[in-house]
Design a protein around this ligand. Structure first.
Ligand code: ZN
Length: 338
């Protein structure tokens, strides 16, 4: 087993056929036994439809025959219901009409891609077209959500700017960059460190005082650099330690922000290295993806978590995905100087 739960070879042998994938979906979705999606009855029988030939019209309005493969279905035994459904009914897997084995391979690729995986690369690895890969990529990314809740103990706080084309003429890049706030809870006795990162407005000094209480419990021990965003923290009752980067101080005993800074460099290398360009309107998804992988880096369960989220979580529709968001689109260019 690879560190992230399942290697691609494991996935190929465990989920190479539609039947294997359906067994797994059934087990994940109904661990206590299948119940009817319509009436909730647990009196349900399984059956398999025969492969049939059907007719439909093609683009030129000619009648063509196509094969409807055998399908594994459930039927509710409740007299008044008799509802028929599949193990993936009502989930995103049913919407795409892609073989489940392709989905599962794509999830495996994303689990293992420490620096992220572009749709282009996924298209090559899976042998699907770019549009399909892009859709898989974003749906799986959407399922890589870390739980909410406040961080505590010793927490490193930092903000950074991501992307932006370097303007040679003006020798600066600030206006194309997206500000990102990050909090990292340091390793405790029973939990390794975990991170959360979110896009924020460019005005860090006024943003960070809001970000901190929304993500960190009061009484935590905060570590920051000497940015003016943090000057009032001690006054507001937080325990606060500062490293003075401007005085070339990076680590003073256990006072440092190296954890969150390492995460920034992992993220930036991933975004710049794997993706030709990342639209800012999708940036929060990339941040979620990298945080999720970081937070579950020692979990053998990461694959199950993603499949579970895709089965149970709300199916992300293509339209919703490409819908406009309030943050103005900015391309994070691969030409950004490090
Ligand atoms: Zn029913």
């Amino acid at each position: 087993m690879a560190r992230h739960g399942l290697s691609l070879i494991d996935i190929q042998s465990a989920f190479g056929t539609e039947d294997q994938c359906l067994d797994y979906c059934e087990m994940m979705r109904w661990p206590e036994g299948v119940f009817c999606l319509k009436c909730g009855s647990d009196k349900v029988s399984k059956f398999v439809t025969n492969e049939t030939t059907r007719e439909r019209k093609n683009r030129k309005c000619e009648i063509v025959e196509y094969t409807m493969p055998a399908r594994r279905l459930f039927q509710c035994n409740n007299e008044g219901c008799r509802h028929q459904f599949s193990a993936t009914a009502g989930t995103i897997f049913a919407d795409t009409h892609l073989p489940l084995a392709t989905w599962f391979k794509a999830i495996g690729l994303m689990c293992n891609a420490k620096k992220g995986l572009s749709a282009k690369q996924m298209a090559r690895d899976l042998g699907v077209n770019y549009r399909t890969a892009w859709h898989l990529n974003h749906c799986i990314r959407e399922a890589m959500q870390s739980p909410d809740g406040l961080f505590g103990g010793t927490v490193e706080i930092d903000a950074t700017f991501v992307g932006g084309k370097y303007d040679k003429r003006r020798k600066r890049a600030p206006y194309d960059k997206q500000a990102v706030a990050g909090v990292m809870q340091r390793t405790t006795e029973d939990h390794h460190s975990k991170v959360r990162a979110l896009p924020v407005r460019r005005e860090i000094a006024s943003e960070m005082p809001n970000v901190i209480p929304q993500n960190v419990s009061t009484g935590s021990n905060l570590m920051t650099d000497e940015h003016k965003a943090y000057v009032a923290l001690a006054k507001d009752g937080w325990k606060h330690e500062i490293v003075a980067h401007t005085k070339d101080e990076w680590v003073r005993g256990n006072v440092h922000t190296q954890g969150i800074e390492n995460f920034w460099s992992l993220f930036k290398r991933g975004v710049i290295g794997s993706f030709h360009s990342v639209s800012v309107k999708h940036l929060h998804r990339y941040l979620n993806e990298f945080s999720f992988r970081f937070n579950n880096r020692e979990s053998r369960d990461i694959f199950n978590m993603i499949v579970g989220n895709l089965l149970i979580g709300s199916a992300l529709r293509y339209k919703a995905l490409i819908a406009k968001t309030s943050i103005e689109p900015v391309l994070l260019s691969s030409s950004e100087p490090e």
